[in-house]
Design a protein around this ligand. Structure first.
Ligand SMILES: Cc1cc2nc3c(=O)[nH]c(=O)nc-3n(C[C@H](O)[C@H](O)[C@H](O)COP(=O)(O)O)c2cc1C
Length: 376
């Protein structure tokens, strides 16, 4: 059964086949790995507790569906949506594009950001009415456009307001509310521990901790010792998910051990290897699953197909965005190396990819890439 998952039969030809078989493999796997126990968010099972991180510009419904199909992904999350825009300009095109979830993705979270409790409450009600089974509050975004307005990670330097936002959202909706934070705002001032306790008291059911301060952006390495303190503090009152620089089974194992957390969230590595959660789930249970068993160009083509079908934007826009979304695969590069040098084939494919203008050209390119990289 494993082999059919790994060598990737055309998932389009077998609706449900791929995801169903991985789910079955994972159920056997997760029950034998004590640190990877499924848990419940209210009545929603998070099984396995391996989560795809929200990444604006990448984790649209097409990509999320791909990761789900590849297996071992317990929860996905929408890109961040502004509560201010939702309340004041709910019909804006940009915001409507972000309402892209489909019931097939269940369970999924819809992420909101904002700093005004009443606006966040209204936005939460709106997304729940539109089908969101979980609402996630962004308190990790560090980009000035968000943080300068007191939203995202800036809330970590105003814990009273942060708690008021969580409380308002929890009181507004009857679905589980989760929060995603950095370890603090200013470097060296870890506020995530006291915030986590306040968030649990206010009704949040899960907290994801990215092990960097907001002021670091993406610099330096994640420090998971604060996440360990968060878990120690909140105990079983709230699930704790560790995030940041988890890129392979070894780092996953180390973070699980260091933090005692309930699950892991992966971001950038999923863009490079969308099958990483499936690989990790197997390997955490001592079942090696080499990258060579996956075929990146074929998976990239599946991402293209899902994106073309599910993302409701004009063709030109989808193709332009896909160029950037498919680059991290590094088609033509050896997959079993961490940071391989660019080969001639990779350079050639990269050049072709960024020139694709239409769905037809993109599909043709991906078919050729698949042929050229087969068994490489
Ligand atoms: C391109 C990009 C977009 C991101 N967008 C969001 C977002 O919309 N909401 C959010 O909470 N975090 C966002 N993040 C942060 C990730 O969810 C994650 O916390 C971070 O990348 C660290 O995890 P990693 O080391 O596994 O990538 C984004 C990260 C990247 C690289």
């Amino acid at each position: 059964m494993c082999d059919s998952v790994i060598t990737l039969p055309n998932p389009a030809a077998e609706p449900g086949g791929l995801a169903a078989s991985v789910a079955k493999v994972f159920r056997q796997v997760s029950s034998s790995e004590p640190r990877l126990k499924p848990f419940q968010l209210g009545s929603i099972p998070i099984d396995p507790p391996l989560l795809l991180a929200p990444m604006a510009g990448h984790t649209h419904v097409g990509f999320r569906t791909l990761v789900r199909e590849l297996g071992a992904c317990g929860l996905v999350c929408s890109e961040l949506i502004s509560s201010h825009v939702l309340e004041h300009n709910p019909k804006s095109r940009q915001t409507r594009d972000l309402f892209d979830w489909s019931p097939a993705e269940w369970p999924f979270a819809v992420q909101l950001f904002g700093s005004v409790p009443q606006e966040m409450a209204t936005a939460a009600r709106l997304v729940v009415e539109a089908g969101a089974p979980i609402v996630d509050i962004n308190m990790g975004c560090w980009v000035p456009k968000v943080a300068k307005k007191g939203c995202g990670a800036a809330l970590l330097s105003d814990l009273l307001k942060a708690e008021a936002v969580v409380r308002a959202v929890c009181e507004a909706v009857d679905v589980p509310v989760t929060v995603k934070v950095r370890i603090g705002f200013e470097q060296g001032k870890p506020t995530a521990v006291s915030f986590a306790q306040a968030a649990a008291n206010a009704g949040a059911k899960l907290i994801t901790v990215h092990g960097r301060y907001a002021k670091q952006g993406f610099k330096g390495q994640s420090d998971h010792s604060v996440t360990a303190k968060v878990k120690e503090t909140v105990g079983s009152s709230m699930a704790v998910i560790a995030n940041g620089d988890i890129v392979d089974t070894e780092s996953a194992r180390m973070v699980l051990q260091e933090t005692g957390c309930d699950g892991l969230m992966l971001g950038r590595e999923c863009l490079r290897r969308p099958w990483i959660l499936a690989k990790m789930a197997h390997e955490l249970c001592g079942k090696p699953l080499p990258d060579a068993r996956f075929h990146p160009a074929r998976i990239a083509r599946r991402q293209f197909e899902l994106t073309r079908t599910l993302v409701k934007k004009p063709e030109k826009v989808v193709v332009r965005e896909l160029r950037g979304q498919l680059l991290p695969y590094r088609l033509g590069a050896p997959t079993d190396h961490n940071r391989p040098e660019r080969t001639e084939l990779e350079m050639e494919l990269r050049e072709r990819l960024v020139k694709a203008e239409t769905f037809e050209q993109m599909e043709q390119f991906l078919l050729e890439a698949e042929e050229k990289t087969w068994a490489k």
